[in-house]
Ligand binder design. Sequence first.
Ligand code: ATR
Length: 482
Amino acid sequence: MICLTLSGPTIEDNLLDLEANKDFVDICELRLDLLNPEEQAKASTFPSLVNIPVILTLRRVSDGGKCNLQEKARRSLLMETLKGGGFSYVDIEDDVKKSDVEECAHSLGVKVIRSFHDFEGIPADIFSKVHSLSSRGDVAKIAVTPHSIADIMTLFRVNEELKDTPKIIIGMGQWGVCTRILYKKMGSILTFGSNGVAVAPGMVSARDLKLLYRADRINDNTGIYGIVGNPVMHSLSPQIHNPGFHRINYNAVYVPFLSDSIRSFLTLAEMLRLRGFSVTVPFKVDVVRFLGNITREVKQIGSCNTVVRVPNMWKGTNTDFYGFLNPIEKEIEDGRITSALVLGAGGAAKAIVWALKMRSVKVTILNRTVSKAEDMAKLYGVAYDSMDNIKNYEGKVDLVVQATSLGLYPNEDVNPAEDFEFSGKEVAYDIVYAPKYTKFLRAAEKAGCTLKFGIDMLMEQGKLQFESFTGYHYPKNLDPLS
Ligand code: ATR
């Protein structure tokens, strides 16, 4: 079940919220503590106004809520509201010893969710905690805060240990996003989704849970794929792969995994039986040493962005170089591009220089730190120079590639080629995709250059990755990033 957390200040607001999300959710949680005091009195009628099950929650400040009533008054308010009838569940915190709310709930046929929150970390005794919570209520709920892949593995292990216990296990914060999407793999009976504004840290919208990840459709046969990186939540790859799976009726989900180490991520990947994953900053180079099989591109470039499971090992490929080349392939074939300036000498520039070299384009690498440009130039047998000398190349190259990390949100007002005057004949290519029109591309457009966008490179590398993952072509006429 996908549960919409209703966090509006009035009943009316919550009804509107539910109406807007009704196609995405199976159940909702009314947060009594977030209602205005005068609205709280009306909450007992809420279940009669909606046609899905309702969880009633009155969260204390110490558990991340807004209720600051004395404990006795808080329990009275909960019971009074329950007596309005029609609630399906009530949430009672772990440490509430008095059993009056519980008795009231059971006399009304309302199930009890016994909950425990930890906004700092994960309790060492999490297994026994789940066990004891479930013995005191109908459903055990644990919302804790993971800080590493090892923590995520602990959360997934809860289900291995306590398979038949009705439970809700949630990892809060950015680390926990995968636990919210893969809630069925955690053995959770439901996952909480927001209306777009996260009520708890790391909350995914109900809409994305339902339409993008199809979290409620995940079953034992669903193939799990993902992207590993740090940071990773900004990645657009879930928006490329999930709609692709959906369109070809491929039972799979693609999930972002924030990670602190590629080694521990691989252990999680084995545990969840991942079939493949994308790799992004800062793991593209580090991952290579763990792969049992790599392609020629990975060997030459030294970095890998695509990993698939093959019998007994992980196989690494690099689709970045192809994604980069595809949008300019025609110009290279036509002879319009024979020379190029590559700005930057980092990880991204590496695949680009190698790709251009493969297509016999004459490359000069310009970088702020000249020694890095020199190292890369020697590796691939191309020319190099300092970024300070960029003006010497005006009117002398067919292609200018912006491959530094500048211009990327939130530094969109920076252009590493600030002094460079385009003649207008160049093809200008920026690998940064957010924003689409970087400062670099805007300057090139003004001069009349042909523009190539990072978003197209991203889409092309994603399509090839999709083929590695599924064995099928990316569906035609599907352009989720446009
Ligand atoms: P990526 O994997 O995205 O390429 P990276 O390996 O950290 O990231 O490389 C970042 C690139 O952006 C480098 O070429 C870097 O130049 P230096 O080698 O001199 O650090 C370039 N870059 C980052 N900040 C820059 C700045 N303020 N001015 C010029 N170049 C910059």
